[in-house]
Design a protein around this ligand. Structure first.
Ligand code: FAD
Length: 371
């Protein structure tokens, strides 16, 4: 039987950062296993035959206001300073997203757009994000605008993304989508934004580059758990799977990516275009934009949202609602009865984390519970 001090399940961001912290600060041995044939978890990217870096599990743009998180990752990568400026196909027009003052002029006749712009600035000021629910409470013009954004940008996209019927969508929740009273076309306004200059996989490889860290790929915890004698276990896989679905399955939304090579220099005008109202897919991503790569070919991925079915596809988004939270809490409570077994990451915590929150969670977990 293999003897090891720390076993980490999952070589995604959560597992890699935890391994690095334990190795660097505590100088202890760690074995990191992953059932996939690569490190990086869902941030994994790879160079295709044309030299274009492909985000295998969907477009990943790093953004954060946490200086500590930015500084931590910057020890392992240089950055391509990148701002995501997506568009959405609305009424046949590829319009700026999030909906802002520029979008008004793209989708409405000029006089109408001017009227909306004037009213919005008068009522709310400039450079503010106003939930469309709040617009709906205002006069008729702004109510019309709120309904337009709700129906054309949000409703059908949400239906596709989450596989819901319109009546299942809670309008109060969905109406939190904002209109941005600004001409800033960036999707995020965070202080730090970028793409690792040599890709996410290289960044994670650098994080894991420590002689105290051993990595074993193509290794599922379920197959090896009786062969490894560990003192501490850190599990970044699915918490319900760990407990053999004792209380039932935690639901997830899954995705399917149709990755296609195109014989053109550029396929679309920007990295990500959403299709709220047309087609069955939700969005198309063109990968060469992320690192501004040059090639006379290009690669796109067409993203479809689908139900997660155990054994058939991958877990992507936890479906966070009170019922599922309750179920997760049962697992969490149960997990506390185990000694020296810890859960974290998007699957272990059953929580959607952007990458910066994943990093923050792993750093804080180490500081508060392990150090
Ligand atoms: C489509 C999509 C787009 C995203 N875009 C962005 C973005 O633009 N910006 C942003 O900040 N964040 C984005 N994210 C979030 C980002 O992917 C996560 O924050 C991050 O990947 C979480 O890392 P993790 O290590 O917790 O989980 P994961 O990356 O899922 O890693 C968990 C690892 O555990 C392994 N594992 C699971 N079970 C087992 C087992 N039984 N045995 C062995 N190994 C196992 C898995 O194979 C996996 O490699 C996006 C997420 C998705 C789904």
């Amino acid at each position: 039987m293999k003897k090891i001090k720390n076993l980490i399940v999952g070589a995604g961001l959560s597992g890699a950062i935890l391994a690095e912290r334990i190795a660097d600060e505590k100088k202890e041995n760690i074995l990191v296993i992953d059932k996939r044939n690569h490190i990086g978890g869902n941030c994994f990217d790879y160079l295709d035959k044309n030299g274009i870096l492909i985000h295998k599990y969907g477009p990943h743009v790093f953004h954060t206001n946490f200086e500590e998180v930015w500084n931590y990752l910057s020890k392992f990568t240089k950055w391509n300073y990148f701002f995501l400026k997506p568009r959405a196909l609305i009424d046949g027009i590829k319009a700026t997203l999030p909906f802002n003052l520029n979008t008004l002029y793209q989708v409405f006749p000029k006089s109408m757009a001017e009227n909306f712009e004037k009213k919005l600035i008068e009522k709310f000021g400039y450079n503010v994000k106003i939930p469309i629910l709040e617009l709906k409470r205002k006069d008729d013009d702004l109510k019309f605008l709120a309904n337009y954004i709700y129906e054309n940008v949000f409703l059908n996209y949400t239906k596709k993304q989450w596989g819901l019927k319109p009546e299942e969508i809670d309008e109060n929740v969905t109406a939190r989508v904002p209109i941005y009273i600004s001409r800033d076309d960036r999707y995020f306004q965070d202080k730090y934004q970028g793409i690792p200059l040599n890709g996410y996989t290289k960044m994670v490889e650098n994080i894991l580059n420590n002689s105290l860290i051993e990595i074993s790929l193509n290794t599922d915890f379920r197959d090896v758990k009786n062969e490894i004698d560990y003192e501490k276990l850190f599990f970044t896989g699915a918490i319900d799977e760990f407990f053999d679905y004792e209380f039932g399955e935690l639901p997830y939304r899954s995705l399917n990516f149709d990755i296609q090579e195109k014989e053109v220099e550029y396929y679309q005008e920007t990295a990500v275009i959403n299709y709220p109202n047309n087609y069955d897919f939700t969005r198309i991503c063109e990968h060469k934009y992320f690192l501004n790569q040059k090639s006379n070919k290009t690669v796109i991925s067409i993203e479809y949202s689908e139900k997660f079915v155990l054994g058939e596809n991958e877990r992507y988004y936890p479906i966070e609602n009170p019922k599922n939270k309750n179920l997760y809490e049962k697992y969490l409570k149960y997990s506390k009865s185990l000694k020296n077994v810890y859960f974290l990451g998007r699957l272990g915590d059953y929580k959607y984390y952007n990458m910066d929150l994943t990093v923050d969670r792993a750093l804080n977990f180490f500081e508060n519970q392990i150090k």
